[in-house]
Design a protein around this ligand. Sequence first.
Ligand code: ADP
Ligand code: MG
Length: 257
Amino acid sequence: MNDVILAARGVRKRFGDTEVLRGIDLEVRAGEVLCIIGPSGSGKSTLLRCFNHLERIDAGRIRVDGELVGYEPHGPSGERLRERRPRDIRRQRERIGMVFQRFHLFPHRTAVQNVMEGPVAVKGLSRAQAERQARELLDRVGLADRADHYPDRLSGGQQQRVAIARALAMQPTLMLFDEPTSALDPELVGEVLGVMRDLARSGMTMIVVTHEMGFAREVADRVLFMDQGAVVEAGHPDEVFTAPRHDRTRAFLSTVL
Ligand code: ADP
Ligand code: MG
């Protein structure tokens, strides 16, 4: 049985003259939580965006659930590889839930309408089915009593929990989080991390870019430290946090712990 959900090999990405990802290899198995840490500008967001087709990679391979996402424009013997078709891209994106620093909720729709939108528009669920599922998901993120509120009546932490429910409504096989608590007031961080912790315990496969080292230490199965577009080291949180092997990891941890 192949339980690898995401596999990246030799992923490279440049913006102009800057090589932002310099050959990234990583693998995430079903049910695993991988936390990615690293200084600002090290390429963490770009990497997540490549996983979700929001950026096109220059070289390497990315497979999600065994299916190719990224591709090399030229194969090993120089042949031009087939581009992903828009239909494939859409289908693959549906299986990946993404939660960003900013919540991007539709301001003129209530919480429950925000969560229903994807399943109705993309999966063809009836409004009644989608609403039932959306209310269940809002209950799961602790917002049953806020389901009919508009985003501007919700705190940042509540909005982010709606965004998580919205991603889950698409029944993703993989959830990507890009600094989901960085835009929140400190007193609201805990409620969002709590929802993410529950999600991890429920067996969801997750890749989480975060500066919350306590969360990474407690919830991650593996922590990966990135710097300047490369994976410097990866391992169990106990290893990476208490006995980092590289000076760069040590230096970074000393600034955030
Ligand atoms: P991180 O998330 O680790 O802070 P990013 O992936 O956002 O890092 O950025 C990595 C580098 O790529 C930075 O130097 C950033 O300025 C650059 N970068 C990111 N997106 C773009 C873009 N669309 N165009 C040009 N440069 C970009
Ligand atoms: Mg980032």
